[in-house]
Ligand binder design. Structure first.
Ligand code: SAM
Length: 239
């Protein structure tokens, strides 16, 4: 699939709905999602995501598949001058994030309840300063590998949307997906792996809190990998 195809597609393979929301959560979604929801009309492109935030916001980050949103809420609270876009098609996860945002009075988050690749394909080049893809669904069966979020198309979109020097963080606890990600990243000259030794990918940095999925994986005995990449300067860029 080319980047142009992904602009027309919204491809989400996981579930969008879980158990019905409680009456309280349902009311919270009805009252607050509209204040933070991003709507991207079909075919719209070259969008400046800065227009989705207040004027005080200095840079924009993205979290792909934020799950229940604990990492996203933490980053937003720690970095009040950053506007963070969260992409998550799973309704229950969005409801949990909204509860966190409202309880902690966090105002620098916007939510796109759909495919992150579609959002990326709609953004103007070099507009993101950081992106997190934490524990994307590993789709372990071979016939499902094509569903993996990290692939040639999404990495091309990320290479376009990330600014020179921007950071891309990826985590996985699945050994097969780790090999897949390392191979895919190695094939991209736009990304430089920030690694000097095993400690750099075996441990999280202090500004990288644990996610809910990760906590469960650790309990089950998994050893996650925490990968950090830097977007290389574009050709012709004078540092
Ligand atoms: C294994 S969960 C991890 C959630 C969270 N990052 C964590 O670590 O707890 C992967 C998440 O990615 C979301 N997801 C799947 N496909 C996606 C897509 N195309 N765009 C954005 N999110 C997606 C799923 O709904 C799911 O919540």
């Amino acid at each position: 699939m080319t980047a142009a195809d992904s602009r027309r597609d919204r491809r989400v393979f996981g579930r969008r709905r879980g158990k019905p929301l409680s009456a309280t959560r349902k009311a919270l979604v009805e009252e607050t999602l509209g204040n933070v929801a991003i709507d991207i009309p079909d075919g719209e492109s070259d969008i400046d995501p800065g227009t989705w935030f207040d004027a005080s916001i200095e840079s924009i980050w993205l979290e792909v598949g934020f799950g229940k949103g604990e990492h996203l809420a933490w980053q937003a609270q720690q970095n009040p001058h950053v506007g963070i876009i969260g992409c998550e098609p799973y309704e229950t996860g969005t409801a949990s994030l909204l509860a966190e945002l409202s309880a902690r009075n966090i105002g620098n988050v916007r939510v796109f309840s759909d495919d992150a690749a579609y959002l990326l394909s709609s953004l103007k080049p070099a507009c993101l300063k950081r992106t997190f893809i934490l524990f994307p669904d590993p789709w372990p069966k071979k016939r499902h590998h094509k569903r993996r979020f990290i692939n040639e198309t999404s990495l091309g979109l990320l290479a376009d949307a990330l600014d020179d020097g921007a950071e891309l963080r990826i985590a996985t606890d699945h050994p097969g997906y780790l090999q897949w990600i390392l191979k895919a990243m190695l094939a991209r000259p736009e990304f430089e792996w920030l690694v000097e030794g095993p400690a750099d990918w075996r441990t999280r940095t202090a500004d990288w809190p644990q996610t809910r999925y990760e906590a469960k994986a650790l309990e089950a005995g998994a050893r996650p990998a925490y990968l950090r990449y830097r977007r290389a300067p574009r050709a012709g860029h004078i540092a």
